[in-house]
Design a binder for this molecule. Structure first.
Ligand SMILES: Cc1cc2nc3c(=O)[nH]c(=O)nc-3n(C[C@H](O)[C@H](O)[C@H](O)COP(=O)(O)OP(=O)(O)OC[C@H]3O[C@@H](n4cnc5c(N)ncnc54)[C@H](O)[C@@H]3O)c2cc1C
Length: 380
């Protein structure tokens, strides 16, 4: 297991390891090939208490927070990035439900009986998730939701969506809703067929006259922006960075093993005997360890309320996402044609790692936010 911030392995990582050995790792290649949803892994993670990792102990959860969520997602991503992303988006939705949702759903999440996700991105506002154009209309003490959501991880597989819309009446950019996964009027117009994360089922979801009670509102009308930035963003940024870290950790380890074992018989040498190859491996190790250090520092900043927490939270996903594309690209290079022909297993991590750059907040939007923060300008 990868070294973590703590010297002793926390119990949740021990139970995760069993699920990884029994279910996640054996299924990873097939999930990538077929695009199948990792249902068996989610069932096992639920039974091991890991879907309730960040649920409060009062509702039966493990009462953990950002550090645990990031470490679990990283370890999953080393083996199966699709499973890691499904769990990442589950925790991102679960934290909103923990803060504003009903007791029965919180209890079901804690017990591992309820999978959720975020449905923020829309066809109209694209990656600018903080500005939904979809609507919530009040009628007869009920709410009607109409939307063209462009991406929702685990689409069609979840028990609920944590959903954004324009406010009903209040000022503000958005309102957040809890929408049952089987609500009448929800439709998935196209299956997911992605370059990477192939089992994460990130399809579009449309809503035509979806009826929810007013009690489905998570937080105040018009308060969606605060939920997105205050509750979701720190979790999402850390977990997405952790997923990138998992991909580069796995690629670095696999590449090092390959170059140590692959030989030029006519020279009596391994690939690793070439200084060029060793230098690339060294760069991969350094970049991976730098990202790990930044991730752990960001978690520490958050836990201790350090003044630079928001800057670190913005930085960590951009740094990890971009570095993961570089490290997995180097893995492809040093493993040569064997990697191209999928013999080494690094090509899956190379494809999986590409998603972080365009998952919102995208790297380029983060560069803009970070630049503004550093120059003392308002972010929005
Ligand atoms: C695997 C995967 C899973 C996903 N899961 C979810 C999910 O569960 N829930 C959810 O809500 N969404 C999800 N998304 C959607 C994601 O968060 C983004 O909204 C989506 O990837 C944006 O794609 P787009 O084509 O709309 O990008 P566009 O908005 O068209 O962006 C295109 C390019 O323009 C750049 N750009 C845009 N605005 C700016 C700006 N202001 N400054 C500089 N550059 C800019 C972007 O960085 C990008 O490079 C997922 C996406 C992926 C790939």
């Amino acid at each position: 297991m990868t070294e973590t911030a703590t010297t002793q392995t926390p119990p949740y990582l021990e139970s995760l390891e069993q699920v990884i050995v029994d279910v996640v790792a054996p299924a990873a290649v097939e999930i990538d090939q077929t695009g199948a949803f990792p249902r068996a892994a989610l069932d096992a993670l639920g039974a091991a208490g890991l879907l309730g990792l960040i649920s409060a102990t009062e509702v039966g959860g493990q009462g953990q927070a950002h550090r645990a969520a990031a470490l679990v997602v990283e370890r999953l991503a080393q083996e199966c990035a699709s499973t890691a992303m499904v769990v990442c988006m589950h925790y991102a939705g679960a934290t909103v439900i923990e803060a504003h949702g009903p007791l029965d759903i919180r209890t079901a999440i804690a017990a591992g009986r309820h999978l959720t996700t975020l449905a923020f991105s829309e066809a109209g506002s694209r990656s600018h998730f903080w500005a939904p154009v979809s609507t919530a209309t009040a009628s007869n003490s009920h709410i009607q939701l109409d939307a063209h959501k462009s991406w929702a991880t685990s689409a069609g597989q979840v028990d609920s969506y944590v959903w954004s819309s324009r406010p009903i009446a209040a000022e503000g950019a958005s309102t957040i809703w809890l929408v049952p996964g089987n609500a009448a009027g929800l439709r998935i117009p196209a299956p997911f067929n992605g370059l990477g994360l192939r089992g994460n089922h990130s399809s579009p979801v449309t809503a035509a006259g979806v009826d929810v009670p007013t009690t489905a509102m998570l937080g105040p009308d018009g308060g969606g922006f605060d939920v997105m930035m205050g509750v979701v963003l720190p979790y999402f940024q850390l977990m997405n960075a952790a997923a990138s870290l998992g991909a580069m950790e796995a690629a670095t380890v696999k590449a090092a093993a390959h170059v140590a074992g692959a030989t030029f018989q006519h020279l009596g040498q391994a690939l690793a005997d070439l200084p060029t190859i060793r230098a690339y491996i060294a760069r991969m190790r350094i970049k991976t360890d730098m990202v790990r250090a930044l991730l752990l520092d960001t978690i520490s900043a958050l836990e201790s309320g350090r003044a630079d927490t928001m800057l670190r939270v913005l930085e960590v996903k951009a740094a990890a996402g971009e570095t993961a594309t570089e490290v997995t690209d180097l893995a492809m290079r040093v493993c040569g044609g064997a990697a191209f022909r999928k013999e080494v297993g690094v090509e899956r991590h190379f494809r999986d790692a590409r998603a972080a750059t365009v998952m919102a907040p995208t790297t380029d939007v983060l560069y803009d936010f970070i630049g503004k923060a550093v120059c003392g300008m308002p972010l929005f």
